[in-house]
Write a protein that binds this ligand. Sequence first.
Ligand code: SAH
Length: 516
Amino acid sequence: MPVSIVGAGPGDVGLLTIKAKQRLERCDVLIYDRLVPRQILALAPATAHKIYVGKNPDGLATPQDRINELLVEHGSTGCSVVRLKGGDPFVFGRGAEEAQALKAAGIDFELVPGISSAFAAPAYAGIPVTHRSISPMVTIVTGHRFVSAPGVDWAALGAHGGTLVVLMGVRQLGSITGGLIRGGMGPDTPVAAVMWATRSEQSVLRWSLGELHQRLGPTGSGGDVGVTSPAVIVIGPVVDEATPWFEHRPLFGLKIAMPRPAGGETALADGLRQLGADVLDQGVTRIVPLPLPSFPDIAARYHTGGEEPIGRAVDWIAFTSSRGVSAFVDGALTSHGLDARALHGHRIAAIGETTARSLGRFGLLPDVVAPTPTGTSLAEALIAETDQGATIWLPRAERGSPEIVQLLTDADRDVRAIACYATRPVPVSEWPRSLTEPDQLDALILTAGSTARSLAGGWDELFGRRPSEVITPDVRVIALGTSTSQGAHAAGFHVDAIADRPDVDALLEAICTADS
Ligand code: SAH
C-alpha cells in the first residue's frame, strides 16, 4: 500500500478533500504536524498509531531527517500510512523531501493535494487574490529566512505588481514591508493579515503598507502590531476589494459542543458549522444494537398470549428515529433472513421526513408521517388514524422517552415498545479534550437524556463534580426537545433553552434565546 502524503487543508474540516478523508479513515499509522485540527485527526480510527512530529512546547520540531526515517520505517511494513500536513504538502510543506526519501527507499507513495492557506486565508477574508481589472497575477512567497536557500528579493517583488501572498511572514514583517517600499511599491497599497484562517478564531487586520511599515520599523515583527502566527499576509490592491463573509455569519466564533452517539448523524453539526460555529461533535455515548426475535415471532408471541385477537384491527408500527428503523430492520428482519415482506399487513408511521427517508431505503413507504418531528405530533397523528384498542408497535431505544407511550396509552391505544438498541457511555479515556476541559465552551447542545447522563457520569469520574459545577452559568446549555431537557435536569444540568425541533433553525433560535 503506498504511503499517502496528504494535505489537511487550512483548518476548516469541510475543506478536507474526499480523498484525504478516505485515506484518514482507513489508516493504521498517522504521522501529523502542528496546525492540523483535532477534528481532522479524529477521522482516523481510534486504533491508529498517531505520531506527532510538529513543534514541541520548547519550540523544537522533530528534525526532517527523523520524519523521513519514520515514514520509511512505517511505509516498509505494508500497513496503511498517512503523512498529514497542513494546507497543501507541496506549498512550503517539505512534502517534496518526504516524497524523495520514500522514493529513494523504494517505497511507493501518492500525493493528495490539500487546499493551501495561501488561497483559503484570502478567500475566507473575502479577498480575491486575482481580479480581472485590478490584479492579473498572484505571487506566493515565504517570509521565513532559510539559511540554506536563496533569500527573497523583496525590493524586486515590490516592483513586480500584482498580489503578494506571504506565508510565515510574521517574524520578519518589518523587513518585508521595508523591502517592498524600497522596490517602489506604493505606500498606499493595502495590506491584510489573516490569522487562524478558516477557524472559529479567524481574525483579520488591515493597514496601508506605509502605515504598517511606520509602525513596525525596519526590524519589527508582526507581534508589534497584533499579528500572531499562523497568519497569511495579503498585499496588493485586491485587499480593497474584500467582501467579508466568514465573520459575519450568525454563530461565528462560538465554540459549541454537541456530543452525539459515535457514528451518529452529522447533519445538525454540519448545519451549525455553516452558520459559523466551531462544533465539536464527537461521541460520549455509543449505540449497541440489541438482539431481537424475528418480527413475526414478536407479533405472534404477543397475540397468542391471548391479550388481543389477531386481525381485529390492523397493527401499526411507528418509527421514532432513523436509528430505530435500521436497528429494527437489522434485528427483527435481516438477521432472521427476512425482508420487508414480513411486515405485510401492518401500517407504518414515521416521526418525520428523515425517518421516512430511512424507511424508504428499505423499500418501506410510511402510511403516515407526523407533520412535525416530535413524539407529541406522532402520537396525535396515530390517534387520528387508529381506533381505540389499536395495537401500535414502537421499535426504538431501550430507554426511550415515556411521553409518546403515555399519550397513546391515555387515548386507549395498546402500545408495545420494542427495545431495538441501547445507548452506552464511552469511557472517559476516549472522550475528546473539549469535554474533559469544558471551560472553553460557549454552548453545549444536549440531543438526548442519555448524553446528559453519560456526561454527568464522566465528569463525576474525572473531577468528582456535578454538571452544574463543571458547566458554568455562562455556558449556554440547549436541550433538543422537552424530554431531553427533563433528562438533562435530572442529570444535574441547567438548561437555558429548548430547541423544539431537531433542525438547525430551531437550534439557532434556541442559542440566540439563551444569549439574551
Ligand atoms: N503547507 C501549508 C503551509 C505551511 S507553512 C499550506 O499550504 O497552507 C505554515 C504557514 O502557513 C504559517 O506560518 C501561515 O503563514 C500559513 N498558515 C497555515 N495555516 C494557516 C491558517 N489557518 N491561517 C493563517 N495562516 C495559515
